[in-house]
Design a protein around this ligand. Structure first.
Ligand code: ADE
Ligand code: ZN
Length: 339
């Protein structure tokens, strides 16, 4: 594990609200005098037994309800950055779900300012660079997404891209064409969760209709060989989250995860944690988990290279991080690649 941590990496798929550890949930709940429907940390953790994405989302939205003031969002974000940096993360592109806070009466500025204070501190004190990606909740209306985009436009310089998350089935990318058209016209990059629980057609829609620069998850593309060929040809990055896929039963077990087959097919796959506080591991545990799928030491380094190639980093910095990987002694990673 320490060996895999030595590999400089970017994390491109992490929901900041999904990094909310039970201990911090209880601490902030006490501070804000919010009653929790769980007796203690252990009882809360015991509820983390999910049958699918929807069963997770219920617990996820309940957990974030204790976040009320700027300091809460700061504490959440700085805790994530400290853990990520300890596992070799040099750059993080972080999702946040403003609608899940706006609907509880928490202002957009409270959320963004709290997160950004931690990101600035991370850059200064922890040497981790970062970008923010605003996600629209796809189970809410197009109108609600458009109102949220209005708020994002008032914070244009703080947000690099917009994305699409929450319940995928029945909420295809086509529902948000006008929102994404406007977002791109305003200069935002676009990404979308697709092909997690949803069919390969949603991946194609995300590319064709939302013009995404990356697909989040995308694992179900493997059901459509022509789509895989297209993703390879167009070098579309997929931000894969192996432990998440196991916990949300997208795949039966880590051993059956398609990541190695995706990699061998030539897809630009990256390894990420999604909601690490809920799914049993941060990005390091995800790399360590997939190492057992048969990745060689050199291939693990290629996964890390992919993470910087697929990032929204400016060129000089991307090159610098790629050079850092080249500087890591292969023997430091040897143990990590052993099954
Ligand atoms: N929001 C947080 N985690 C998510 C996931 N894995 N899929 C869709 N929406 C999410
Ligand atoms: Zn996600």
């Amino acid at each position: 594990m320490t060996e895999i941590h030595a590999l400089p990496k970017a994390e491109l798929h992490v929901h900041i609200e999904g990094t909310f550890e039970p201990e911090l949930i209880f601490e902030i709940a006490a501070r804000n005098r919010v009653a929790l429907p769980y007796a203690n940390v252990e009882a809360l953790r015991a509820a983390y037994d999910f049958s699918d994405l929807q069963s997770f989302l219920g617990v996820y939205y309940a957990g974030m309800d204790v976040l009320r003031v700027e300091r809460d969002f700061y504490d959440l974000t700085i805790a994530y950055l400290r853990r990520a940096v300890a596992q070799g993360v040099r750059h993080a592109e972080i999702f946040f779900d403003p609608q899940a806070h706006l609907s509880r009466g928490i202002a957009f500025d409270v959320v963004v300012n709290g997160i950004r204070q931690a990101l600035r501190e991370g850059e200064r004190d922890l040497r981790v660079t970062s970008h923010l990606i605003l996600c629209f909740l796809r189970d809410l209306s197009e109108e609600s997404a458009m109102e949220t985009l209005d708020l994002a436009l008032r914070n244009r310089e703080k947000i690099v891209a917009v994305g699409l998350d929450s319940a995928e089935l029945g909420n295809p990318p086509s529902k948000f064409v006008r929102v994404f058209d406007r977002a791109r016209a305003e200069g935002f990059l676009t990404v979308a969760h697709a092909g997690e629980e949803g069919p390969p057609e949603y991946v194609a829609e995300a590319l064709d209709l939302l013009k995404v620069a990356r697909v989040d998850h995308g694992v179900r593309c493997m059901e459509d060989p022509a789509l895989v060929q297209r993703l390879v040809r167009e070098r579309v990055p997929l931000t894969v989250c192996p432990l998440s896929n196991v916990r949300l039963r997208v795949v039966r077990s880590l051993e059956e995860h398609p990541l190695k087959r995706m990699f061998d097919a030539g897809l630009l796959v990256t390894v990420n944690s999604d909601d690490p506080a809920y799914f049993g591991g941060y990005v390091g545990e995800n790399y360590a988990g997939v190492a057992a799928l048969g990745f060689t030491t050199e291939e693990l380094a290629t996964l890390a290279r992919h993470s910087f190639e697929a990032s929204f980093l400016e060129e000089p910095l991307r090159r610098r991080y790629l050079e850092e990987i080249a500087g890591v002694d292969g023997s430091e990673l040897q143990d990590a690649a052993l099954p």
